[in-house]
Design a protein around this ligand. Structure first.
Ligand SMILES: Cc1ncc(C[n+]2csc(CCOP(=O)(O)OP(=O)(O)O)c2C)c(N)n1
Ligand SMILES: [Mg+2]
Length: 302
């Protein structure tokens, strides 16, 4: 059932507890809370190594009120697939009666780079799992190194003059595997995101959600701006909110008048070194224009 209001989501029980060690304003905490609320109690969460895992599982405490598995960077999708297959076998042999939702929450490094091979395998085999990439656009947990998902122009400790390549197209990769369902999400649009998680899980999978996750430390901004930045990513066309189902892509949040990309970039210290370089800004604007043309967003407001 789709969420008609944020209130209907808010009324659901929480399975992600406060008191974790994620930074104030960290978008990953909000993603974890929304995902577990929607997925409910009959869910198993799998995470590769990364900020979300390290900060929510400091032994002997845990933030997860559902079964949770931490696996190596390379194999989160394979581990989730294996658990699902084990469930199938136990149900078939009538050893258990209840199925479980298998949801992976992987960072961009664990998804776009190091775990990509096992993710591709799971998507191609048609595993009934939901893989969610919380994308903070760098290897944050180990000190802000660039990943394949770091956007053009962004500073990281290993791209000090700004990233020189465009962000890897993870949605394109998922759709090329002909997944059951794929979608993009932003915490500034909670209802849209919650409905996508619900669809991804209820359709059975393989499903993929690519969720932008502002990182206060790595993106260099004031923690109070997390939701604003999440919204500006959408309003500038750099993060179109859309879904893919049965071979068709559909925009889920219209942007009739886009804002210039500089509105998004100027709030983040990681783009400081390119803000006075018009040719660099033009490259990022042209990337956003390309996405806008592809997904049907409006023109930049004058
Ligand atoms: C095979 C392997 N390589 C490197 C590491 C070290 N490592 C642990 S967390 C991490 C960064 C994770 O980045 P990402 O997946 O983007 O998640 P984030 O920390 O940004 O949330 C790295 C490089 C590791 N644990 N295993
Ligand atoms: Mg990351």
């Amino acid at each position: 059932m789709p969420f008609k209001s944020i209130k209907s989501l808010e009324e659901r029980p929480d399975f992600f507890s406060p008191g974790h060690g994620l930074c104030p304003g960290c978008g990953a905490a909000q993603i974890a809370r929304i995902v577990t609320k929607v997925a409910g109690k009959d869910t198993i969460i799998v995470t590769p190594t990364g900020c979300l895992e390290v900060s929510t599982t400091t032994y002997p405490a845990t933030s997860w009120k559902v079964p949770y598995l931490h696996v190596a960077f390379e194999n989160a999708a394979a581990a989730a697939s294996g658990i699902k297959v084990a469930y199938d076998a136990l149900i078939r042999k009538k050893k258990i009666s209840k199925d479980a939702n298998l949801v992976v929450l992987g960072g961009d490094g664990g998804t776009a780079d190091i775990g990509l091979q096992s993710l591709s395998g799971a998507l191609e085999r048609g595993e009934r799992i939901t893989y969610i990439c919380y994308d903070n656009e760098a290897y944050m947990n180990t000190g802000i190194q660039r990943s394949g998902a770091t956007p053009y122009g962004a500073w990281t400790t290993t791209s000090p003059a700004g990233q020189k390549t465009l962000k890897k197209d993870l949605m394109g990769m998922a759709m090329a595997h002909r997944v059951k369902y794929a979608a993009t999400a932003s915490i500034a649009y909670v209802r849209d995101a919650a409905n996508k998680v619900e669809k991804a899980i209820s359709l059975g999978g393989p499903s993929f959600i690519h969720w932008i996750q502002p990182c206060t430390v790595g993106w260099r901004y004031d923690p109070k701006l997390t939701v604003k930045i999440s919204k500006l990513a959408v309003k500038t066309g750099l993060w179109p909110l859309y879904e893919y189902y049965e071979g068709v892509t559909k925009l889920t949040v219209e942007v009739p008048k886009r804002l210039p990309v500089s509105e998004y970039l100027k709030l983040q210290g990681r783009f400081r070194q390119i803000m006075n370089k018009p040719e660099e800004l033009a490259k990022i604007q042209s990337y956003a224009d390309g996405l806008a043309g592809k997904f049907g967003l409006g023109p930049v407001a004058q």
